[in-house]
Structure formats: C-alpha cells, structure tokens
Design a protein around this ligand. Structure first.
Ligand code: DX5
Ligand code: ZN
Length: 218
C-alpha cells in the first residue's frame, strides 16, 4: 500500500480553515487528521461536531478522526454522522475496547486504536487482528508542536514485526513531532501513515512540505 501523509488540522489557522482545507485537497496528502480533545483525557480542548461538519463539507479526502476523550464509546454514532471515515480511540480511555471496536465498524467506519508513549504494543495483541489502524503516539497527546520521542522508532519496528507475524493488514500511524528529519526512518521502520501538524502548517510552502514528507518514503 502506498504511504500516507495526514496533515493535522489542529495546527491550521481556524480563521482561514477553508483556505487550509483547500490546500490539503490540492496536495499529495491522502488523509485529513482531526484531533478531538475533551480537556479530561488530555489537558487541552480542541473542537467538536460543528467544526467537523464544516470540515466534512469541504474536505475531499479521508477524515481520520483521533479521539482524545474519555468514554469514546458514547459518541461513535455522532462521529459517523459527522463524516469520520477512520475513528481512533485511545486504549487508555477504553474499558471495553473490543466492544468499542465492533461498534465503530458496525457504524461503517474503520477502527483505530491509539497508544500513549508509555503503553506497550503487547497490550493490543489480543485485538490486533480486529484493528484497521494502530496510532502510536510519538508525543504525549494534547498539543501540536512537541518534540518527537525517539523510542517510537523501535516501537514501530516491533509492532510492524507482530503485524507481519500475524499476517493482518493493520496500518501503523505515527502521531506527534513528525518532521522531514525523522519521516524517512519512520517509513523504514514500518509506518504507513504519518500525521504532521506543525511541520506542515509552519512551513512557508505547506503543499511542498507534504510532498517532501511523502518523498521520504521513496
Ligand atoms: C497531539 C495530536 C497530534 C498533533 C500533531 O495530541 O494528536 O495529532 O496535532 O502535531 P505535531 O505534528 O505538530 O506534533
Ligand atoms: Zn492526533
């Protein structure tokens, strides 16, 4: 499968959201990464359904929604209705993860699980074959623009080996501190999707930066 860049709209200019969405539409990014934060699971609040619905009307690509909220199972249908294509919940926020994954799929979405930096990939082993995407957090979730945690590289390799061993199609996404300096190593380690907020939106030429990130896979 070809590699994917998912710009995080958390780093967009919300006063010019239409312009930033159009930039992503015109770029080589395949997904929009949408960070939803509740101020409880993480120490920050981002945005919710009204913003998502506007986004859905204009975005011409996959909406990859990353829920950093407690009890994510309470909102599965609402996110499906708001246009999410991939819905990712945190393992640390899900008491009945297996049930939540089934509910996400029953609502017509791909099911993702995110792991905080301290959470072992082995805590996912019994559900790995039911997961469409594992999001490895390479920063502590809550904010854009943080520094990449280098241990994520090893974790990516280990997870990739387990996915190969089981013969499943689960995608590996890396979220946090992705840059032109580490993108090549992450792709080599087995990453399929790289989320990029600050690297894309602080660039003078975001469209070109997306192409450069993607070219790190070649
Ligand atoms: C962090 C979010 C990330 C964030 C990434 O909690 O999940 O998706 O937007 O931003 P950068 O690429 O700036 O680290
Ligand atoms: Zn995210």
């Amino acid at each position: 499968m070809s590699k994917i860049i998912a710009p995080s709209i958390l780093s967009a200019d919300f006063a010019h959201l239409g312009r930033d969405i159009e930039m992503i539409n015109q770029s080589e990014a395949a997904w929009f990464h949408v960070d939803v934060m509740d101020g409880v699971f993480v120490p920050n609040i981002s945005f919710g359904f009204p913003v998502m619905k506007s986004l859905k009307q204009h975005a011409q690509k996959t909406l990859d929604v990353h829920l950093m909220i407690v009890q994510p199972e309470r909102y599965i249908q609402e996110f499906a209705d708001a246009g999410a294509d991939v819905l990712t919940v945190h393992l640390e926020a899900s008491t009945h993860l297996h049930r939540t994954l089934q509910q996400i799929k029953a609502a017509g979405m791909k099911a993702g699980v995110a792991l905080n930096p301290h959470t072992s990939i082995y805590s996912l082993m019994d559900v790995l074959e039911d997961i469409d995407l594992v999001c490895l957090m390479s920063v502590n979730p809550g904010f854009g623009g943080q520094k990449f945690i280098p241990q994520t590289l090893k974790k990516t390799e280990t997870l990739k080996n387990e996915i190969i061993r089981l013969g499943c199609n689960t995608l590996i996404e890396i979220d946090g501190g992705v840059s032109l300096q580490n993108a090549g190593d992450l792709f080599k380690a087995g990453a399929d999707v790289l989320v990029a907020g600050n690297t894309v939106f602080s660039s003078e030429n975001p469209t070109q930066t997306i192409t450069e990130l993607l070219n790190c896979s070649k």
